[in-house]
Design a protein around this ligand. Structure first.
Ligand code: ARG
Length: 463
């Protein structure tokens, strides 16, 4: 491309410096917006035609040319030239080269500032749906796994110390809950971003009679933006989107952390299929959960993108500034990482077996039934604070006598601590019995787990 071919080169003397060309370009990464850029341009041109700013036949030529360019890019037959700076200029220049005069009218009443703000919104609308689909698939994988384990018990930890018994199904479904919030957060984000900035011009609008509502409608937006100065620089939705990705990443990192521990020989709660393990270059015995570690580790890059995005927005002068071009780097990066982590997490969930026998064999450790025993005493009229102390002293007694379980104490030993204790106490002193006895809604017993499985199976279909 020779100097003077870009319209702004009439304003700037001499060609741009090579270093400057490389520094300013975004084409290397914003080319992935090409479809949205072209769809946006077709809608804009159709509106220009409806407003008699171009003729119907010019619109026809523009549309045909743009569709050909889309096809060329899609099939890898398009030559990108970084001196075009970005996808918007690359497409427009190709259109002018292809169809001549009518192509020069496409940018009527438009700036790259409202154009790029429109393109990212269009891209993000679709991307949110893709991420939501991956969320649903992971949720479903967890529900299917849960279905197999409504009767299996696992210790739930608080402070990484054994706390209470829970059904394995309830444990798995805890992640389905987190992911449901992620799904609906993305839905909110999509709703807020679904407004059309096109027609805001560079910053203050246009003197031409553009029909902004028509462009918005053609592009499936719910509304238009109502302040052009804000509209060209609003990237709140980018920060929101990356925040949504950040929480997904936080949730996946929690699952990863649990399962990395569960895969250790100290826990041995799970066995991940070989296809989803790695080995060591030195230690021949190793089966490492590297994929889970990467899911956990990639959280760093997603959070980094959020801070990157928020920092761009801080103290941004009114209306458009080129800083905003960097928004896409962070948005694309967070989105790509989350997409791959969700897919990986689903595969791992599907290819991991819980070692239920091993887990069951260890349930006598950690006095998991202690809280239930205190609640048994509450049922016999003992104030909870007192019951807590009584059971605490019985646990201490067990430890002193080398007894593993509260149920190993004799009835006399128990009655010495509290005479309200009767023989039937032994029926509440086992983790499976405790789980069955959970009465509260949302508790981690088998009945609730089954109800939640039924709920999620319907819910995931609808969302
Ligand atoms: N590539 C730019 C971006 O992504 C497009 C807008 C450029 N506008 C401008 N006035 N230089 O933000």
């Amino acid at each position: 491309m020779a100097h003077g071919e870009k319209s702004w080169e009439k304003r700037l003397a001499g060609g741009a410096d090579d270093l400057a060309i490389d520094f300013v370009e975004s084409l290397s990464y914003d080319r992935r917006l090409y479809k949205y850029d072209i769809v946006g341009s077709i809608a804009h041109a159709e509106m220009l035609a409806a407003q008699n700013l171009i003729t119907r036949s010019e619109f026809g030529e523009i549309k045909k040319g743009l569709l050909e360019i889309a096809d060329q890019i899609g099939t890898g037959r398009f030559t990108f030239d970084k001196r075009q700076e970005d996808i918007h200029m690359a497409v427009e220049a190709a259109l002018i080269a292809k169809i001549g005069e009518p192509g020069k009218k496409l940018h009527t009443g438009r700036s790259r500032n409202d154009q790029v703000a429109t393109d990212i919104r269009l891209w993000m609308r679709d991307q949110i749906e893709i991420i939501q689909t991956y969320i649903s698939q992971l949720q479903l994988a967890l529900v299917r796994k849960a279905e197999k384990h409504t009767e299996d018990i696992l210790p739930v930890y608080t402070h990484l110390q054994r706390a209470q018994p829970a059904t394995l199904a309830s444990y798995l479904l805890s992640f389905t809950e987190m992911l449901a919030r992620d799904w609906s957060r993305l839905k909110d984000c999509r709703k807020r971003l679904n407004v059309c900035p096109l027609g805001s011009g560079a910053a203050a609008g246009s003197t031409l009679p553009l029909d902004r509502e028509m462009s918005a409608k053609l592009l499936g937006f719910e509304d238009i933006t109502y302040n052009s100065i804000d509209a060209v620089s609003d990237r709140d939705f980018c920060a929101e989107f990356i925040f949504c990705c950040s929480l997904i990443s936080a949730h996946l990192s929690r699952l990863a952390e649990d399962w990395i521990l569960f895969a250790s020989s100290e826990f041995a709660f799970i066995r991940i299929d070989d296809a989803y393990c790695t080995s060591s270059s030195m230690m021949p015995q190793k089966r490492n959960p590297d994929l889970l570690e990467l899911i956990r580790g990639k959280t760093g890059s997603v959070y980094g993108a959020l801070i990157g995005m928020l920092t761009i927005l801080k103290a941004q002068p009114s209306a458009y500034n080129r800083d905003l071009q960097e928004d896409k780097l962070h948005v694309f990066s967070a989105s790509d990482v989350i997409e791959s982590c969700l897919r990986m997490a689903r595969a791992i969930v599907e290819h991991t077996a819980f070692q239920t026998k091993k887990i069951a064999d260890g349930l006598d450790e950690g006095f998991l039934d202690a809280t239930a025993m205190a609640e048994y005493l509450v049922g016999r009229g003992v104030p909870f604070r007192e019951a807590h102390g009584i059971v605490g002293s019985l646990v201490a007694l067990c430890e002193k006598e080398g007894k593993k379980r509260l149920a190993d104490l004799t009835i006399e030993q128990m009655r010495a601590a509290c005479e309200k204790i009767e023989n039937e106490v032994y029926s509440v002193l086992n983790p499976a019995g405790v789980c069955k006895n959970y009465k509260t809604l949302g508790a981690a017993g088998p009945e609730n787990a089954r109800a939640q499985i039924r709920y999620w199976k319907e819910k995931i279909k609808e969302q």
